[in-house]
Design a protein around this ligand. Sequence first.
Ligand SMILES: [Zn+2]
Length: 141
Amino acid sequence: MELSKEVGKRGFRSWYERQLIASHLYLTACILSAFGAAVFIGAYQSSGGAARGLVMLLGGFVSGIIAIHAWQRYRSMMTRAQRLADKATCANCGIYGRLGVTGASRIAHPVYDDRGVRTADDVEAAWLRVECKGCGHTWTI
Ligand SMILES: [Zn+2]
């Protein structure tokens, strides 16, 4: 779901809380996958046959890829959530996170398939125009 719609629908605090929970699930997946990779590589070193060794090596590789992907997702979600949270306090009345979205910029990043054919656009908000629900002050985050 698009950022401006998510924040507008749930409210900033709820969106932020969900981002923290989801990103920490990615962090948990990263840690478990890293342990899995270590176990597979350890089993590879002590494996007997070539076929079993290949399976262990493949398992270690896949676990490593999952760990890297989960780490990147964790970092991007946390960075975005923290970047917005740093600007979510109203400068006029000092209330944190009680804001409504009144506008957003949209940046389309083209998405290509394996053959290099553009299949879709991944749209994200570069900024959000928000309004304090307490005093009506508007600013950009
Ligand atoms: Zn305010």
